[in-house]
Design a protein around this ligand. Sequence first.
Ligand code: WTA
Length: 644
Amino acid sequence: MSDVDIVPIKAEIAAHALISREKYDLMAAQAVAEPEAFWAKEAKRIDWIKAPTKIKNTSFHGDVSIKWFEDGTLNAAANCLDRHLAERGDQVAIIWEGDDPGMSTKVTYRELHEKVCRLANALTAQGVKKGDVVTVYLPMVVEAAVALLACARIGAVHSVVFGGFSPDSLANRIQDCNSVALITADEGRRGGRKVALKTNADEALKTCPSVKTVIVAQLTGGKVDMQHGRDVWYHEVTEAASPKHTPVEMNAEDPLFILYTSGSTGKPKGVLHTTGGYMVWASFTHQYVFDYHPGEIYWCTADVGWVTGHTYIVYGPLANGATTLMFEGVPNYPTTSRFWEVVDKHKVNIFYTAPTAIRSLMRDGEEPVKKTSRKSLRILGSVGEPINPEAWHWYDRVVGEHRCPIVDTWWQTETGGILISPLPGATALKPGSATLPLPGVRPVLVDGEGKELHGETEGNLCIADSWPGQMRTVYGDHARFVQTYFSTFKGLYFTGDGARRDADGYYWITGRVDDVINVSGHRMGTAEVESALVAHEAVAEAAVVGFPHDIKGQGIYAYVTLVADVEPTEALRKELITWVRKEIGPIAAPDVIQWAPGLPKTRSGKIMRRILRKIAANETDSLGDTSTLADPGVVTDLVSNRAG
Ligand code: WTA
């Protein structure tokens, strides 16, 4: 990788940027030397009901305890709404752009405040109380933002489940946290198609007795079954509710939300974020990373079902009084010009998307981009997976016309917000590098034994000290939290990613070093796909690995051993793919299934995934040491029958 490929800070950006290189250096130094003073000052970006006097109380050792601003009280929704009313009540808070290009709406801060108050009152009327968990299973509609903020307003903990997840996945995520209510819709719309959300929810709820209330937003008017005594219409309960509501006073460390994410083992974990630190981090990072100036139109293309949608569509932008765009659709519907048409239509200044979207649009060439103006664009962002230099340059040249800095933002569901990223006015860019840590973030690279590596090096990416936006625990399972993130390398938060640090101290994320794969920027545990496969009656055993995929970054490659007497047919292959889609959701569908009469195992029975990854990547001439295999013949067979 060449380090000479440096894109300097743009003078016209630097002239107005909030943070210069000098300021960044000062902030970074102070945040590490005097974290209490630094974060006490940054905490003032949030309106506290009672200002915190205790700032940081964190330990990555022993039982691991993370507390920020612990004696402060606040309400997250009030920070996103009420405090803006006097100054910008009539400013647009959310621009909603429908899947259908003919549909869009604008919601001002005052209107959003009213919608949130009404739903907050409606939730209370349904018996939802502070501390209860409410699951949200909605598409990209304004009601999704309203649902999050209404929960926050009454102190209920929201748990958003991506609308693309199956009934089973939804059910698991409801059962794990015992949600008392579900907010969903009749149907969603995506790319001209309908998604049967209510039908999925009904299926899921058969095994979820904790849910007493289902609030259903009417989006398409499609026919749905309403269960008497359980299901109510969103429009009816909000119309009946008062538009006035006093936000509930929450402690900084009271839970704000749970978001399930895949790990290398077992079922998805409920990542728990609390109120004060998360809000400070969301506001701080949104303002500085995107160099957000008042009045700008900001668009993050993520879905609210993922953490990016939480922090960078809802909480960060709204805490900062921004205008945030919510897009219901997909990049290629009705045409592959859609993103850029929306940019022109709403005069978007800051655009934040995923490398997989860029790569898929690249396939259609430059014309669909070039026929649009895009002259409103000022800053471009990337998130979710490493951006390959080819996609970076296309984004820079074709979309941004060399005018817009690209902020390649590295972070995770667990980190609450961005940790490593360029700042537009402060950081010279290197295509493919997330560059430098934000103030207060202390990345370290360690070898397999946990020994810290210094200078120019490559290793496991850990973070040495806490930052306010860090997750606090795995919901209901603190031992798993400690085990997953703090036991591999003592005293460090382990990210699960590998990274290289170059001579300038820039970080280059190399991808996951565990059994998590990143498909189109979505995290998938190989174990989850494997357990879905073995749940099929024809499957005896399955092993799943990631492999390089041109568009998705990584694809899903499944090795499947069938039970005795079942014939491997094309029909069965298709059936298994459909099966996984149904069990987990379309994002988990294997790209390749290879029939495997046997799997490569050590003599102690452990599957050697290293070898399976090599075969999937078609790197069969570098399989490495196979001497510990119980039966080397298995590998010969897999190599000669490689699929895909
Ligand atoms: C990967 C998404 C390289 C990484 C915000 C991380 C990235 C996982 C980048 C978290 C980036 C995210 N460069 N890799 N800019 N951003 N990742 O929890 O492997 O869905 O651990 O959070 O995505 O995915 P998650």
